[in-house]
Design a protein around this ligand. Structure first.
Ligand code: UGA
Length: 432
């Protein structure tokens, strides 16, 4: 099967590489020449476990190529996957500019019947418009159909999530489109759920927003736990035994970040408003999350009269472990507040420090080891759950810090152990 993939971000590149891995012939298209060169040399533009290895393997085997030449790639493809970004606009709606550009390029270049498959997260009803747009702009007498095939991979585990997905959702309006997609996914040996196009688009938002809601709910309960003297970790564990609730995404913390949940909650809320409906649950999830992002900072402000000239250790900058991505990261909400208040910040992140440096080149000292940040620090903030941070022994905080005062936004350490080691320890929803 000849597949073209438009866009080499998380969604496009990972999909392309995994299609090649199961034996399809793939061309990944990007407008950035430098990026294409890099990918051809086996370097991934994103930090993602196992990705480079599969890129090199499949490139050598001739199953995948990278190119800026969309004309050739689209001309001959059996299926063209669109995996470009749909970033958030100021009003919360999704920006469809990149999807539209690709749709136009497809319409102007396809020379045989083909299936266009939208992987990008797009508001319900968009694929109907994309299909119409392509049909209106076609320059040859060919049949082009659009299908929806939302992506459920998470950053940091993208390759695993794709090759071992819980399910593949295909949203089509014809038997031919459904059959072609089933054929493409057959070698993955995964459950396939076939629905209509609008349902597929909705499934993506419904899943992401449900998970976001789950996190905001746990953060809400965590805040209440603090007020009534309960422990959110114990509460979450007990909840997880109920398989109607499930045992994942129950971790309270500094709020959800990343490129998906913040954007997709706003986009669904916006979509509802456009239809004259108020999505109250999702609005609440957004509101709780906004406040949660700075909960740790507010807690620290209650304890300290000033940050001026204090050495502050910041452990973790990425929005979650396993990625160098900073989009909507809690660190980006808290660090400016600390800087404004005169803190002398020493930051550690095993992967995302270079990206943070681009935004804050001089105001922060970046260190290569958590211990360097902790040495002589008067306060420590934990924003990301990297193993390198999780594995710090309580004794290390005690020995290295001038005053062992720790604000942990990820509930990484045992409260009793921290306290018995002589650390003043504040976490989320744990009576601190
Ligand atoms: C999320 C979804 O998990 C994917 O299924 C989806 O495909 C993806 O969005 C997308 O739409 O592209 P991702 O944003 O990469 O994936 O990361 P998650 O692991 O879901 O984490 C999102 C945020 O929630 C992070 O800030 C994380 O720290 C936070 N989180 C997660 C919690 O605060 N508590 C938890 O228990 C779990």
């Amino acid at each position: 099967m000849k597949i073209a993939v438009a866009g080499t971000g998380y969604v496009g590149l990972v999909a392309g590489v995994c299609f090649a891995e199961v034996g399809h012939n793939v061309t990944c298209i990007d407008i950035d020449e430098e990026k294409v060169k890099l990918m051809k040399s086996g370097v991934s533009p994103i930090y993602e476990e196992d990705l480079e290895e599969l890129m090199v393997k499949n490139y050598k085997a001739g199953r995948i190529d990278y190119s800026t030449d969309y004309k050739t790639a689209y001309k001959n493809a059996d299926a063209i996957f669109i995996g470009v970004g749909t970033p958030e606009l100021p009003d919360g709606s999704a920006n469809m500019e990149y999807v539209a550009t690709v749709a136009r390029q497809i319409a102007e270049n396809v020379e045989k019947d083909c299936l266009v498959v939208v992987k990008s997260t797009v508001p319900v009803g968009t694929n109907d418009k994309v299909e119409q747009f392509i049909k209106d702009s076609l320059v040859r007498d060919v049949k082009v159909e659009v299908a929806s095939n939302p992506e459920f991979l998470a950053q940091g585990t993208a390759v695993r999530d794709t090759l071992h997905a819980a399910r593949i959702i295909i949203g089509t309006e014809s038997k031919e489109a459904e059959e072609l997609l089933r054929k493409i996914y057959e070698p993955f040996h995964l459950p396939i759920v076939s629905v209509n196009r609008r349902s597929a688009e909705m499934i993506k938002y419904a899943c992401n927003d449900f998970l976001a809601l789950k996190i905001s709910y746990m953060n809400d309960i965590a805040n209440l736990c603090e007020l009534v003297g309960a422990d959110i970790q114990a509460v979450a564990e007990a909840m997880s035994y109920d398989d109607r609730i499930g045992n994942r995404f129950l971790n309270a913390g500094v709020g959800f970040g990343g490129s998906c949940f913040p954007k997709d909650t706003k986009a669904l809320s916006y979509l509802a408003e456009q239809h004259g409906y108020e999505l109250k649950t999702i609005k609440a999830a957004i509101e709780v999350n906004k406040k949660q992002k700075t909960a740790l900072y507010r807690k620290a402000c209650k304890r300290l009269i000033t940050f001026k000239d204090l050495k502050v250790a910041v452990l973790g900058l990425a929005f979650k472990a396993g990625t160098d991505d900073l989009r909507e990261a809690p660190s980006l909400e808290n660090i400016p507040l600390l800087l404004e208040n005169g803190a002398d910040i020493y930051a550690y992140d095993p992967v995302a420090a270079d990206n943070f440096k681009k935004r804050y080149p001089d105001q922060i000292t970046y260190v290569d080891k958590p211990e360097e940040a902790l040495k002589d620090a008067q306060v420590c903030f934990v924003f990301t759950e990297w193993n390198e941070i999780k594995n710090i022994a309580p004794g290390t905080f005690k020995e290295l810090m001038r005053t062992p005062l720790v604000f942990d936004g990820r509930n990484l350490y045992d409260v009793k152990e921290m306290k018995s080691t002589g650390i003043e320890y504040y976490a989320i929803g744990r009576g601190g």
